[in-house]
Write a protein that binds this ligand. Structure first.
Ligand code: IMP
Length: 443
């Protein structure tokens, strides 16, 4: 594979190419070995990255998936929105399981803070939307994770009502900010009909304590990252959520509130565009989606049920059953294009065993009958397309014990080869199970 001319250590991004839950945690964990600094640049505790180390399964929401290697630095960049309660819980849980967390975790002083009133606002807005109907009679709720992500990013862009980590770790600043924003946040909640009452003193007490806990980790991560690069260390960017949920480029308005594609990296870290040399795009061997929004290849039938059962497709963050369907290559090709993907990882191939036939979506048919191979990042228009699929023969054999691509059933190899051909990109990594060892890499 040809890489751009570059002298010095290479920096890599890992990004989801579908609607999330592609298995990024596992890939980041594997790639962390050959990088020094692992960086989150977007999203918040809406993400759920599962990493299996030996017989231990860890679910991470905010801490980068590189945390299992003590000698690596894990950075939560300025583009992330941080729920301090979740983060402190996550630190405590990991520590209680023997994972070292100290100097190796660095948090941007400019990352925004998710407050309890953001979660209450998220919930209240969703409840209001669920009561209103669109043209088709469907409710308008986005189906958020209710982690306060949208309201926290909304406050970030509204500016005067926001709180950043630099405010959280300075008790006097925190008091000034909370006293200033509480009446406004209360008014917003009341207007939405939320029952949440903001008790300023209680909030101050609770969040001062959380600020104390997190203060040793908080720093200017922009300079830190530039210093790391100057010192010759290599960076691994860990995208959270996924490209089709990107607020600018996803299936708007059924998206999350950050730039989850690689386009979010510069703004979410303070590093210029030139610092990403390799982009690993992660896709499942099929498609899933949690929450509302268009999903052209959805199989709301026994095929989807089978994928959900075999793939244990229930949300890491919310436990919700995921919607399941065939692999949509129109969508993946679009995500790979906007993210600048150089190599692909195909996850959960083991789930696809046992189908007589499998399908790959290569085009959409538009309401006027024309065919297109272009994605439509607009929920209303995407909701009207009909997927056009190629049918390939399936394979019965289980693949979880296979360790070489050459040993995969011929039809599984044919499936992967056809995906590579349609996308014009190599699949460098194939996953056939959650464990580190259940990974087939191209040699
Ligand atoms: P929010 O990010 O909680 O506002 O949710 C907005 C939409 O993005 C909902 O459909 C969520 O289910 C979805 N979403 C957000 N984060 C993830 C993720 O990490 N995996 C899958 N879906 C996600």
């Amino acid at each position: 594979m040809a890489y751009p001319q570059h002298i010095g250590p290479r920096h890599t991004a890992v990004v989801g190419l579908q609607w999330g839950d592609e298995g990024k945690g596992k890939v980041v964990d594997l790639l962390a070995r050959r990088h020094d600094v692992i960086v989150r640049y977007n999203g918040g505790a809406n993400a759920g990255h599962t990493v299996v180390v030996g017989d231990q399964r860890y679910a991470l929401h905010l801490i980068p998936s590189g945390i299992f290697y003590g000698e690596k630095t894990c950075v939560i960049g300025n583009g992330v929105v941080i729920d301090p309660e979740t983060l402190v819980d996550e630190i405590d849980t990991l520590r209680s399981r023997g994972i070292e967390i100290g100097e190796n975790l660095r948090i941007s002083d400019r990352a925004h803070v998710v407050m309890p009133y953001h979660k209450a606002r998220d919930e209240a807005l969703e409840a209001l939307l669920a009561r209103s109907r669109d043209r088709t009679g469907a409710d308008r709720a986005i189906g958020t994770t209710k982690r306060g992500i949208g309201p926290a990013y909304a406050d970030k862009t509204s500016r005067a009502t926001a709180l950043r980590m630099a405010d959280l770790i300075d008790p006097r600043r925190l008091r000034r900010r909370i006293e200033a924003v509480s009446p406004i946040q209360s008014a917003i909640l009341a207007a939405l009909g939320a029952e949440h009452i903001i008790d300023t003193e209680e909030l101050l007490q609770r969040f001062t304590a959380l600020g104390d806990r997190l203060a040793p980790h908080v720093t200017d991560t922009t300079y830190l990252l530039h210093d790391e690069i100057a010192a010759g260390r290599s960076l691994l960017f860990e995208g959270a959520n996924a490209s089709l949920l990107d607020v600018d480029h996803g299936t708007y308005p059924y998206v999350t509130s950050s730039n989850c594609s690689t386009l979010g990296i510069p703004a979410g870290t303070g590093l210029p565009l030139t610092h990403v040399h390799e982009v690993v795009g992660i896709m499942k061997a099929y498609s899933t989606r949690v929450g509302a929004g268009p999903f052209p290849t959805e199989q709301d039938n026994p095929i989807g049920d089978r994928i959900r059962d075999r793939g244990r497709e229930y949300g890491t963050t919310t436990g919700r059953p995921r919607r399941c369907g065939w692999l949509d290559l129109v969508a993946v090709r679009y995500s790979a294009m906007i993210c600048g993907v150089t190599t692909l990882a195909c996850m959960l191939l083991d789930v696809m065993s046992g189908f007589d036939e499998v399908q790959l979506c290569t085009h959409y048919r538009l309401p006027d009958g024309t065919l297109t191979d272009r994605f439509i990042p607009d929920a209303e228009r995407l909701g009207r397309v009909v997927p056009v699929c190629e049918t390939l023969p399936g394979w019965a054999e289980e693949t979880t014990k296979i360790r070489n691509r050459a040993d995969l059933p011929p039809n599984a190899r044919g499936y992967l080869a056809r995906i590579e051909e349609i996308l014009g990109l190599p699949i460098g990594m194939i996953s056939v199970g959650p464990e580190r060892s259940q990974t087939l890499t191209r040699v």
